[in-house]
Design a protein around this ligand. Structure first.
Ligand code: FES
Length: 158
């Protein structure tokens, strides 16, 4: 064994009870549209772009398919931040799914604020299939932002 104990690292013994420490590693969930951002994320990976390993990706056909209940459920289940990434306006393969998501985001942020959850925990970005760097920068920005905010208050139980 490595000899590293939870006590020596300052990390909570329970995975379900994260502490706001330097060791806090945010769990970021990214919803990526299949046609642009998912390919951009793939490009970031195959191009070996620097990116924190904190993100898990869910591929959707279009950001317009993402109901805000998906995002609220993810936060309820312990995600610390949510990144939604889709085609640039005018490039959506379903004409206006991304614009519908953009409109839903206004409602989502309002709901989060009313629920006492920082709206900065969710972020919407546009990234094309050729913009692996944009996706990578979005993930990096989210990880840094959520580290400052600390664990999701739902996970903290506050
Ligand atoms: S197809 Fe990419 S956001 Fe609609």
């Amino acid at each position: 064994m490595s000899g590293i104990s939870p006590k020596s690292t300052g990390v909570s013994k329970s995975k379900d009870e994260p502490k706001k420490t330097d060791q806090f590693e945010p769990r970021i969930l990214a919803f990526c549209c299949n046609w642009c951002s998912y390919a951009g994320a793939d490009l970031a990976g195959t191009s070996r772009m620097q990116m924190p390993p904190n993100v898990r990706i869910i591929r959707v056909n279009c950001t317009g398919r993402i109901d805000i209940s998906f995002i609220l459920d993810a936060l309820h289940q312990g995600a610390d931040g949510i990144l939604v990434s889709g085609c640039h306006p005018g490039d959506c393969h379903y004409t206006s799914g991304n614009l519908k998501m953009e409109a839903r985001f206004v409602l989502l942020k309002s709901l989060l604020t009313q629920a006492g959850i920082e709206p900065e925990r969710v972020h919407l970005q546009w990234a094309s299939a050729a913009e692996g760097d944009v996706f990578s920068e979005g993930v990096t920005m989210m990880v840094e932002r959520i580290k400052l905010l600390g664990p999701n208050p739902v996970r903290r139980g506050t």
